[in-house]
Ligand binder design. Structure first.
Ligand code: 5GP
Length: 211
């Protein structure tokens, strides 16, 4: 039987580089899958429906809530965001590590449902760097950037609830750090199932004096 994958929840301040980190993980290691969320926010330039998000109207989103189709959903800066359940369950059972790139409220809800999930919070080296990145990205108006900075102030209060925090200074280093967190938590029990089974057999045999 294939071992179940790890559910990796990646949160962090808007502008901390989560999206780039996720892309790098997916490009580097085949064992990861990204869960595509549903949102009611408008697509940004270049964003593709079904790839970056499933873009939905508030009505469509609310219908899916009623059908119990989300693992979690949350409102963030006036829009809905949610994680559809089917895809995550399917990929985990195929042994894939499923990445949820979601904000804090959602992350904490997922942890309640999936206590074995690994919560990683991505930060920048300083708050000034965060603001520079948000402005430099050029995808948001100043008004939205200010909302996201305020949200970062609130989110910073909850970092301690996460299992790990990583600093995204150098992209590759940070990506490898996340990967090694997942590798290490994967080792017990999933990757070592065969080893543990054999060890149990040997211990039994030795204790019975058969070896
Ligand atoms: P953005 O609008 O920049 O794409 O995303 C805004 C925030 O919503 C980010 O912090 C992102 O991680 C979060 N987000 C994206 N998808 C989901 C989701 O399915 N559920 C929750 N709770 N947050 C999400």
């Amino acid at each position: 039987m294939k071992s179940k994958g790890v559910l990796l929840i990646l949160s962090g301040f808007s502008g901390a580089g989560k999206g780039t980190l996720v892309k790098k993980l997916l490009d580097t290691y085949p064992e990861y899958s990204l869960s595509v969320s549903m949102t009611t926010r408008q697509p940004r330039d270049g964003e593709v429906d079904g790839v970056h998000y499933f873009f939905a109207t508030p009505k469509q989103f609310e219908e899916k809530i009623e059908q119990d189709g989300f693992i979690e959903y949350a409102q963030y800066c006036e829009n809905y965001y949610g994680t559809p359940m089917d895809y995550v369950e399917e990929k985990l059972s195929q042994g894939k590590n499923v990445i949820l790139e979601i904000e804090l409220q959602g992350a904490l809800k997922v942890k309640e449902k999936y206590p074995e999930a690994v919560l990683v919070f991505v930060v920048t080296k300083s708050a000034a760097i965060l603001k520079d990145r948000l402005v430099g990205r050029g995808t948001e108006t100043m008004d939205i950037i200010e909302k996201r900075m305020k949200r970062a102030v609130e989110e910073a209060e909850y970092i301690e609830k996460y299992d790990y925090m990583v600093v995204n200074d150098d992209l590759n280093t940070c990506m490898e750090e996340i990967h090694s967190i997942i590798e290490n938590c994967h080792r017990i029990p999933s990757n070592n199932e065969a080893f543990i089974a054999q060890m149990k057999e040997e211990l039994k045999a030795i204790s019975k004096g058969e070896k």
